[in-house]
Design a protein around this ligand. Structure first.
Ligand SMILES: [Zn+2]
Ligand SMILES: [Zn+2]
Length: 306
């Protein structure tokens, strides 16, 4: 399963009751944070999923509302006595920016690795045997990436298949548990696909902010169980303003969710000039009925189909 939480739902500046847009995902006991603006560590504290297990921080882009909370967060993770490396992912220039921010967070007890995505193309990296992180270039002015987390689900154990492939009974269970690994038994090599049926539908979580709608974005978000997408304004009359600032309206985000066939859409990154984003829920639902106007610390568990 993948657990997803909106740490914050604001754009540009944190408000007393709305932290800056950020998402935390928990998969296989590890936490992955997407963006970290000013105050993100406060809302993470309120959420209560912990700091020490944050293994990765993924940045969409380097506007301050998405990264300026990093030094404080790193100090807090350091105070939790983390010693394992922490990996940051982001657009080109990430290593330089992280190094600069770390001037005010020196002597951390854990090493930091930076992975910079290649510009203007989709990038993917395996975080675990069954978990892939992908980054997709979007259109916001400065280099900016949308993210997806894909959790694979292996096939069902199939004893008939195991028998047909003459897999010794003794190693059935080991092959069933092991991901893509070979087992050598009596000088013969056996693989998990000899005991498993076809792979089943996995889980997909997509995080997309800040951007104008780009035509290929729906393809990147295709079939997402949950699409978290920016909507700077709910009021369609603000469309021109959203477009000139390289952002989207609720309607535009809902159109992407519809085209992608997403399971659910959560809107986020609201303008501070929009005190009650919920007032515009209908603007999104008219296009995509499973649209939800995000709230800080709203969370959900994505589960494999029965
Ligand atoms: Zn922003
Ligand atoms: Zn931005």
């Amino acid at each position: 399963m993948i657990e997803a939480a909106l740490a914050g739902t604001g754009g540009m500046m944190p408000l007393p009751n709305r932290f800056l847009s950020s998402m935390l995902a928990r998969v296989n006991g590890s936490l992955i944070l997407f963006d970290c603006g000013e105050g993100t560590q406060v809302t993470l504290k309120l959420l209560g999923w912990g700091f020490k297990e944050i293994d990765a921080v993924c940045f969409t882009h380097f506007h301050a509302d998405h990264i300026s909370g990093l030094p404080g967060l790193l100090l807090t993770i350091g105070n939790a006595n983390r010693e394992q490396p922490l990996t940051m992912y982001g657009p080109p220039g990430l290593a330089h920016i992280v190094k600069s921010l770390c001037c005010i967070a020196p002597d951390l007890p854990f090493p930091i690795d930076c992975v910079e995505w290649a510009a203007r193309r989709e990038n993917s990296i395996g975080l675990a045997d069954d978990l892939t992180l992908s980054a997709f270039p979007v259109d916001h002015g400065p280099p900016c990436f949308a993210y997806s987390l894909n959790l694979k689900r292996r096939g069902k154990f199939d004893p008939e298949r195991a028998k047909a492939a003459n897999v010794p009974l003794k190693i059935w269970s080991a092959l069933q548990k092991q991901n893509d690994a070979d087992i050598v038994y009596n000088n013969e090599r056996f693989t998990s696909d000899m005991v498993l049926g076809p792979a089943r539908k996995g889980l997909k979580l997509v995080f997309c902010t800040d951007t104008r709608p780009v035509s290929s974005l729906a393809g990147f978000a295709d079939g997402a169980d949950l699409l978290v997408c920016e909507g700077l304004y709910g009021d369609e009359e603000k469309w021109e303003k959203a477009a000139s600032h390289m952002h989207m309206t609720f309607r535009e985000a809902a159109e992407i969710a519809r085209e992608a066939g997403a399971g659910e859409l959560w809107l986020t990154h609201f303008s501070p000039a929009m005190p009650n984003p919920q007032d515009y829920a209908e603007a999104a639902r008219a296009v995509f009925p499973r649209a939800v106007v995000g709230r800080d610390r709203m969370h959900k568990t994505l589960k494999f189909e029965e």
